[in-house]
Design a protein around this ligand. Sequence first.
Ligand SMILES: C[S@@+](CC[C@H](N)C(=O)[O-])C[C@H]1O[C@@H](n2cnc3c(N)ncnc32)[C@H](O)[C@@H]1O
Length: 320
Amino acid sequence: MLQWNLREDVALHGPGAEASMNPDSERGDDDPERELGQFIPLHYHGQMLASPARMLGFRDAIAHAVPAGGVVLELGAGTGVLSFFAAQRASRVYAVERLADNAAAARALLARNGVADRVTVIHADARDYLPPTRVDVVICELLHACLLREQQAAVIADFKTRYLERFGPPLPLFVPEAIFLAVQPLEQQFNFYGFEAPVPLFVDRTSPPLPGNEVRELAPPQLYAHFEYAEPYPMRFAWSGSFTATEDGELTALRFITKNILTVVLEEQRTADWVMSELVMPVPAPVALRAGQVVTVSFDYEAGASIPDLSRSIVVTAGA
Ligand SMILES: C[S@@+](CC[C@H](N)C(=O)[O-])C[C@H]1O[C@@H](n2cnc3c(N)ncnc32)[C@H](O)[C@@H]1O
């Protein structure tokens, strides 16, 4: 079954959807950054708290990444749940949240969960805030499929510059530590109870598709970007690549896969990961393919851009 994630569903409502729901009016209505979908009101956090892949991945990663007695900074704390995980090991956690209602909720929830003595919630913009001391670990979950919508890449890049200016190297460990982005051509059906609607879908592939939303993979996925947050990284993903169809079919969509490497657990020779719900984007026009035929795919978007921005940039061209 398709998993409709409300946080992602908000993204489908287009630019400004969150702004109209945003109770925090400290920035003016004309502030373009309110249009970017980065601030997430409390009523969307239940879905995040209930996502096993996200929660278990972060809990595992934080338990391994945070040193006993260490100092942690969380950028974008929401309900404070990741700071709560961090407080199981850290002596001090600074948790920054931009929405006043969320910050107040986080304070109350962290007290309710017995860690108020170790977690300080700061109502501030992560782009303005620096902790009073060096920190061992920075946790930042401002993530959306493909690094769209939310401002993970910009917020961490900005933090690194200001942190190095204030404290000098080394940088703290980042959770997540790295990201892999991949794309795959699909024959995706977009029929919803008799209604044909090729719209962006967020799909949890661990569940079977709904009748009418069957899918066939027309070629293996290809990586289009991967980087570590501690290193310099791109803010724009302009990619062009060729796929050779493995079977006959009609290319109707591209599947975008976002795998977050939350931390590397060296002692166990593994990583703690979070593979997000996949973003399935309809292509501008279906392309019929024969097995062995080459198809070229290109797209171009900025980190933090909107889903329509990605959609507008997609070009698919079948070869001979
Ligand atoms: C995806 S949620 C994650 C919340 C929490 N860390 C969790 O994992 O459940 C991101 C949170 O960051 C907040 N946020 C987004 N941009 C921010 C910024 N620039 N400064 C501070 N908070 C921000 C949002 O309002 C939201 O509560």
